[in-house]
Ligand binder design. Structure first.
Ligand code: F6R
Length: 364
């Protein structure tokens, strides 16, 4: 059942290139995104003035990456809300809001309640769901299924990956429909997206290096994940993965926020997983990393290959083989998943069934 892997989580991490391709390919037509099989009308993409993403946990963190890419490519405001907060808020949405609900199980009760609220407000709801025929899929106006297959490990990995893939596809379709980009530019975007599975496969080659770092991380009481912009969104997911399966206290911070309080927690040896994959704010992030390094933090730095960084700012430097900043989430996600997995492994925990957690949260 585990296909020769010691745990479902590792098996599911390794399935990511395949499920990514399965999710993307049926939705491409002559190199362009096409949702006609799902009967999703372009009007919902053309006519909205605001996008509201609603989800919980890892699915919400996928939504945060989605927001970054959508706002950048489409120049349309995108809000990401935690479903359990959103459902008790006074919603600011109407028929011009496109609501995107993201859920692996399709049964998360708060997400379902938020979906119902959105429909009461007259919004069209497009959901990104993994489980066919689930409640969220049934109650949405439109569904784009992720083809991750069953995700058994409680900690989500491959479902996150394909939620991202679909959010990127929606971005590309919207860019086309709203004439934000030429067909040629959208085709180039899709070509880069299609490279993600190969990139993920290349990251698997870092397995041994990541495992060695995890063996060190296993002794930590706290860990910090830092990054700016998109890197911050990846950091949030990385920290969640580590805490839920290795029980190490982990927090993600927007790197520029450190000096507003959190840097007080940095003491010699504290692990800081620093992500600096975005050219625009690279120098700023590196200067934040210098600040934690000056306090003797143990820095695991992740950058694009060939990034100009001197060796006094990190203890270990992991490079991802990619040039286009917009797609760095795919390799980064795998590094952060493996880091969490091997840390839990080193601690001897059953990461497929972490304490206090259920795969699907169907009660409030
Ligand atoms: C973390 C994790 C959870 C889920 C969250 C939402 O690894 O799996 O944070 O992402 O409970 O679940 P779904 O996507 O089923 O709505």
């Amino acid at each position: 059942q585990k296909g020769g892997y010691p745990h479902f989580m590792l098996k599911e991490i390794h399935e990511q290139p395949e499920v990514f391709r399965k999710t993307i390919r049926p939705r491409l037509n002559n190199g362009l995104p096409d949702f006609s099989q799902e009967s999703i009308p372009d009007d919902i993409f053309r006519e909205c003035t605001h996008i509201q993403v609603i989800a919980c946990g890892t699915a919400m963190y996928a939504g945060m990456v989605g927001r970054a890419i959508m706002e950048k490519e489409l120049r349309i405001p995108v809000t990401v809300s935690i479903a359990s907060e959103f459902r008790y808020d006074t919603p600011l949405m109407d028929q011009h809001t496109l609501v995107i609900v993201v859920s692996q199980s399709g049964e998360t009760i708060d997400t379902l309640a938020a979906l119902r609220l959105a429909k009461e407000c007259g919004c069209k709801v497009l959901s990104i769901v993994n489980v066919k025929g689930s409640s969220i899929a049934r109650e949405s106006d439109y569904v784009l299924y992720t083809h991750a297959g069953p995700e058994i490990a409680v900690a989500s990995t491959k479902a996150y990956m394909v939620q991202l893939a679909v959010l990127y596809l929606i971005t590309a379709r919207m860019a086309l429909v709203r004439k934000k980009d030429s067909e040629e530019a959208v085709r180039a975007f899709i070509t880069s997206l299609e490279k993600a599975p190969d990139m993920i496969e290349q990251i698997m080659a870092l397995d041994e290096t990541i495992r060695k770092q995890a063996e060190k991380l296993a002794f930590a009481h706290d860990a910090f994940y830092i990054g700016r912009g998109m890197d911050y969104a990846f950091s949030l997911e990385g920290a969640l993965k580590l805490k839920e399966i290795s029980y190490i206290h982990a927090e993600a911070y927007a790197a520029g926020e450190l000096k507003h309080g959190t840097i007080a927690l940095i003491e010699p040896g504290v692990p800081v997983i620093a992500l600096a994959t975005q050219d625009k704010i690279f120098a700023k992030t590196i200067s934040n990393i210098r600040e934690v390094k000056a306090r003797d933090a143990y820095v695991i730095l992740i950058t694009k290959e060939g990034a100009d960084v001197s060796d006094d700012v990190y203890d270990i430097h992991l490079e991802i083989p990619i040039e286009d900043d917009r797609f760095t989430v795919f390799p980064c996600a795998v590094i952060l998943q493996l880091l969490a997995y091997y840390t839990a492994y080193a601690k001897g925990y059953d990461m497929d069934k972490p304490r206090n957690l259920a795969k699907s949260v169907t009660v409030e």
